[in-house]
Ligand binder design. Structure first.
Ligand SMILES: [Zn+2]
Length: 119
């Protein structure tokens, strides 16, 4: 198990700011995807566009957009930027090799992981 612990206040602030920049970029890109999806799923008057009115190309575009959205979401969930259990993005993180994800120290402790254990 790998623990990334930053003790310096300045270092923690840098880390938190770096994480915030990365997470906000992911959210921004997901919002762009959501807006594109919405334009394909709804008419300009806000009513849902029935499946029968969508073209095959629009359906392909929707599938590609959803694939892109989930690629960003997986990237976020597997990153060290936020705890994959609670979403905390301002804590030291512990890497869990068995699930290949980072979780915060609090979640690691509540799940019985110790920073001295080997996995
Ligand atoms: Zn957590």
């Amino acid at each position: 198990m790998k623990v990334i612990r930053i003790k310096s206040v300045v270092g923690r602030k840098l880390r938190d700011n770096f994480r915030a920049v990365l997470l906000s970029e992911i959210v921004k890109r997901q919002k762009i995807i959501n807006d594109k999806e919405r334009s394909l799923l709804f008419h300009s008057n806000g009513k849902i566009k029935p499946l029968s009115e969508r073209t095959g190309q629009e359906e392909d575009t929707l599938q590609n957009l959803q694939s892109d959205w989930w690629a960003l979401e997986r990237l976020k969930r597997k990153s060290i930027c936020e705890c994959s259990f609670c979403g905390d993005n301002q804590s030291d993180m512990v890497y869990i090799p068995s699930s290949r994800e980072w979780i915060c120290m609090k979640c690691a402790a509540s799940r019985g992981f110790s920073s001295h254990e080997k996995f």
